[in-house]
Design a binder for this molecule. Structure first.
Ligand code: DX5
Ligand code: ZN
Length: 220
């Protein structure tokens, strides 16, 4: 059974010229987490921001800062993202040679450790580290850009993971990221996701629309 659904706006879709105000606005509009997409132009074909941005935004919201690292290697930057104020730090298994070591390092920094699975990454990539994971992020698009279409194969992956997590009685958050909108959100929730990342769908319509967008993503 998934717990209560939490909505994590991805600031990738926010107005970068007013990023601080945008984070405040979604916080006031009822968001649960803030999703921060970090890209290096190497692991993914796009560039965003680093730990200094996380640090700058940190005082503006009391919500969980959910930092999604799409960088390789990730290990040299874990401490910087932890110190900047991330609460969850998520890495991709392909970003380094020793996933278990990365997860241990994140927990040793006092943060929640996440693993993100690309559309083609099999569940077996995390089979032997489930005890070391606090969050699994299922990519429902190929990482790198906001505004892409949901890949339906992610639903099967979510269902399999929900079954596994509940079967083992583990307390692991199951997050879905990419192409989440009013149509795909209920499908992802039904498949077992309990954290929905939503960039485009949250920020559409500007600040006056955020509360209603978040409410609709959460479902009835
Ligand atoms: C893609 C990022 C996502 C992205 C989602 O690499 O990980 O978090 O911002 O954007 P939307 O919700 O617009 O698909
Ligand atoms: Zn993301």
């Amino acid at each position: 059974m998934s717990g209560e659904v939490r909505i994590a706006p991805s600031i990738l879709a926010a107005d970068f010229a007013r990023l601080g105000e945008e984070v405040k606005a979604v916080t006031e509009a009822g968001a649960d987490w803030i999703h921060l997409d970090v890209m290096d132009g190497h692991f993914v074909p796009n560039l965003t921001f680093g730990p200094d941005m996380v640090r700058a935004l940190r005082p503006l919201s009391g919500l969980t800062f959910d930092t999604h690292l799409m960088i390789a290697p990730a290990d040299p930057f874990l401490e910087a993202f932890a110190e900047a104020g991330s609460d969850v730090i998520t890495v991709h298994p392909e970003a380094g040679p020793h996933l278990h070591r990365s997860l241990q390092a994140i927990r040793a920094l006092g943060k929640k450790a996440g693993v993100s699975l690309n559309p083609a990454t099999p569940l077996s990539a995390i089979e032997h580290v489930l005890e070391d994971i606090d969050l699994i992020l299922v990519m429902s698009v190929n990482p790198g850009f906001g505004g892409q279409s949901f890949i339906p194969g992610a639903l099967q992956k979510l269902r399999a993971l929900r079954e596994r997590i509940d079967g083992l009685g583990l307390s692991i958050d199951l997050e879905v990221d990419g192409g989440i909108n009013f149509e795909t959100a209920p499908r992802a929730i039904a498949a077992g996701a309990d954290v929905l990342v939503a960039g485009t769908a949250t920020f559409k319509g500007g600040p006056t629309a955020y509360a209603e967008n978040i409410r609709r993503l959460r479902g009835p």
